[in-house]
Structure formats: C-alpha cells, structure tokens
Write a protein that binds this ligand. Structure first.
Ligand code: NDP
Ligand code: MG
Length: 412
C-alpha cells in the first residue's frame, strides 16, 4: 500500500495533535508533508521537526517573520538531534490556504472557525481531497464548497464523528433506501438545566464537557447546541438529505455517534468510545476512489462485556434554541448559515470575556438572523466575496448588539 502524504492544518489544536498521533503510529500508511498552525509557533516548529514535514505555515508569525521561524526550526532540530526538512515557510493570514494548495494526497483541515474556509477551497481547487474537521468552512461556504469539490473531482471526507458515523452507516444500503439521518448529541454539560440555571452558568462550567475533550469554541458550541445545529447543516450538505429527514437526539453517553434509518425500518448505528482518533483514521484511510481501509487499533472497541446502559431523549428546544435557529438558517440557505456561524463566534468570545450570559449567545444569534433575513439575505448567491461580506456584517451587527446586551447581562 502506497504511503499517503498528508498536510495537517490546525496541527497544534485538539484534532490536529490527535491526527499527528494517528499518523505517527502508522508510518507505513501515512507521512506528514505539511504542518499548518495559527499562533502557537513553538508547538508547530516542534511538530515540523518531529514529522519531517517539508512545508510549514504560521498564520500569526513572530515579530522576526520567516527568518525567525527558520532560526527556531534550526534550534529545535539541534535540540532533538534531527534535521530540518522544511523547505517552504508560509506566514500570514493566508498561510494555511497556501499550504493547502501544495501537492498532497489529503489535506486534513482542523483549523477552528470561519478562518478555515479559504484552506478548504484552496485544497479542493488543487484537486486534493479534504478530510474535513473544520465544519465551519462547509457550513458557511455551502454550495460554493460543494461545487468546488465537484468541479475539481475532489472529495470532502468527514472527520466530525457524527458524519463519519453516517458515512460508515450509509455503506449498509443504497442512497434511495435512506429514510432518515439521526444525529446524536451528548447534550453538553448543561443538559436538563432550567432557564434560570442556564442564566447563571460560567465559562469554566461550559468548558467542562462530560464526554469529549476538545478546543474552546467547539466545547462551548456543544454546551449551547450550536455545534449540533452546525452538524445538521453539515449533514444536509454532505449527504444531500433535506432538513425534514434529519433528526437530532440526545444520547448523553456518546457511544452511538449517529445512525442511518433505512426504508425497511432498519437503523444502522456506528458505535465506539468517544475518541476522535477513530473518525480521523477513517478519513485519512479513505482513498481517492472513495474506498476506505480501516486503521487497525485506531481506538479501543466498545467494551460490551461490562454492564452499561445507553439512554436517549429529545432535544430541549425551549432552553437550547440554537439547534432550531441553525435549521432556520440552513433552510434559508445562501449566506444565512455564514451569518449564524459568524454571530456565534463573536458571541462565544463575548461569553468567555465575561460580557454576556450563556443564554445571550442564542439570543444574539437569533437577532443576527432576524436582521439578515429581514434584509432579504437568503437570496444571496454564494461566492467567496458574498460569504466573507456576510461574515463581516454579522460580526459588525453583533458588535453593536453586544453593547446593550452586555449592560443587561451585567444587571442580571
Ligand atoms: P482547537 O482550538 O483545539 O485548534 C484549532 C487549531 O486551529 C489550532 O491549531 C490553531 O492554531 C489553528 N488556528 C486557529 N486560527 C487559525 C487561523 N486563522 N489560521 C490557521 N490556523 C488557525 O480546535 P479543535 O481541534 O477542537 O477543532 C478544530 C476544528 O475541528 C473545528 O472546526 C471543530 O469544530 C472541529 N471538530 C473538533 C472536534 C474535537 O474533538 N476537537 C470534533 C469534531 C470537529 P494555534 O493553536 O497555533 O493558534
Ligand atoms: Mg461532532
């Protein structure tokens, strides 16, 4: 089997570091050819030396720029008794996108947030398959991302555990036999709380996820159910199933990662302990022709010999309105999902800065969507320019919305 060359973007984050571990454990299957990071230069330099990557991208470079990155690489190589294999260094806001356009078998996009869009597009435009952890790029780019993939005969391979589960379950039947996708949600740390309790939760509590250990934004999004909302839109785009046939269900144990219901009444579930290494390995093991060779030992299997119980409950839409808002944005289409996402990113920052309460995250998203759709925003045709403009104007709207909202939050 040929060694697959992988470019890892967002390499210093939660998914990125786990991807490097999967790759390091399987040297006969994978090699890292590029490392992309944001501002964590020391970690990225260390990864570049250890993996022998030929290219390195740093979005927020040190004051000394590329020359300083090169000096750091040489110093780290000397400490580790290794060689510097890096030939190309990209720096600046477009660094990851430029790295994504380099030749590779697959680009793993594990950047966080809307910043990942240009990298997803750059990889697809080069005809390279994208193992997609950065769901935001698909959600905000929508049809633009799908069209770019199709025109360049490149695949979007899900890394998100729910979508990996669905992709695996879909292999049990034909497309026209699918009746429904069932996306599981852990419910996050605040499941079962009342509106009053939710108004008092702290950022620290939001970051204590019961089943998954992830980056700050997605962990907060799991607490609001914004993450589930983004995932419903992601499922609609990846699998071409309408919103009426996608259901989210709360399953606090996070052992079933999602399910596909078929027309004969059979439901196929994918089961494993909550460990991102499995969907990462499954995505990296998916070849150009769409066939997947599973990576042995990617994660420990579910220990069915011990007693356990799994439960399911409907989503509490009254106290967690973010899921319904995402479906509204998804149905409206156009740039509405970009507005939903950008508003949320700004509101998550404000929540962690202590300026707004937890329920105000969803209130701010609702206000941004109302404003956007009231202006006929749903009719916008998707291009990189219209997406970025919608992203910008949603952030500006939230900046204005935040002033009175923060004052109200402080009084509460
Ligand atoms: P983290 O916050 O842990 O990591 C984010 C990564 O993105 C870091 O490497 C960071 O670099 C990099 N980064 C941030 N901004 C930029 C930028 N402007 N340009 C280039 N790189 C940038 O996030 P996660 O790993 O948790 O999540 C990554 C993506 O995967 C998200 O889209 C998330 O929704 C998705 N995902 C994550 C899961 C998880 O288990 N963590 C599960 C399913 C999906 P640096 O640290 O150097 O600043
Ligand atoms: Mg997920």
């Amino acid at each position: 089997m040929k060694v697959r060359n992988v470019i890892v973007l967002g390499a210093t984050g939660s998914v990125g570091t786990q991807a490097l571990e999967v790759i390091a454990a399987n040297p006969a299957r994978f090699a890292v050819t590029g490392i992309g990071a944001g501002s964590n230069i020391d970690a990225a330099v260390d990864q570049a030396i250890r993996t022998g990557a030929r290219a390195l991208a740093i979005a927020t470079p040190p004051a000394g720029g590329e020359a300083q990155v090169r000096r750091l690489l040489e110093a780290r190589a000397e400490q580790l008794g290794a060689q510097v294999a890096v030939e190309t260094i990209f720096t600046g806001p477009e660094a990851s996108a430029r790295l994504a356009a380099e030749p590779a078998d697959v680009v793993l996009n594990a950047v966080t947030g809307a910043a990942g869009l240009t990298s997803t597009l750059a990889a697809l435009e080069s005809g390279t398959d994208v193992a997609l952890a950065n769901k935001e790029s698909l959600i905000i780019g929508g049809e633009l991302v799908l069209r770019t993939a199709e025109e360049n005969a490149a695949q979007l391979i899900p890394v998100d555990s729910e979508h990996s589960a669905i992709a695996q379950a879909l292999r049990a039947g034909r497309r026209e036999e699918v009746s429904r996708l069932i996306i599981t949600a852990s419910g996050g740390p605040f499941r079962g709380m009342s509106a009053d309790e939710l108004a008092a939760v702290t950022p620290e509590q939001a970051l204590a996820h019961p089943t998954w250990n992830m980056g700050t934004v997605i962990t907060t999004n799991s607490a609001t159910l914004v993450n589930k909302g983004l995932e419903v839109i992601e499922a609609h785009l990846l699998f071409g199933i309408d919103y009426d046939r996608i259901t989210a269900v709360v399953h606090p144990q996070s052992r079933i990662h999602s399910m596909v219901e078929f027309v004969d009444g059979s439901t196929i579930a994918q089961v494993s302990p909550p460990d991102m290494k499995l969907p990462i390995a499954y995505a990296l093991g998916t070849d150009r022709d769409g066939t997947t060779t599973r990576i042995a030992g990617a994660t420990a299997p579910e220990p069915f010999d011990a007693a356990s119980s799994w439960t399911f409950e409907p989503v509490d839409d009254a106290n967690f309105p973010a899921l319904g808002l995402a479906i509204r944005a998804g149905r409206a289409g156009g740039t509405a999902p970009a507005v939903y996402n950008a508003a949320n990113e700004e509101l998550v920052d404000a929540f962690h800065a202590g300026s707004i309460t937890f329920p105000q995250i969803s209130e701010g998203i609702a206000a941004a969507l109302d404003q956007h759709l009231g202006n006929g925003g749903e009719a916008t045709e998707l291009t990189l320019e219209t997406v970025l403009a919608a992203d910008r104007s949603a952030r500006e709207f939230i900046a204005g919305w935040l002033e009175p909202a923060a004052a109200e939050g402080a009084r509460a």
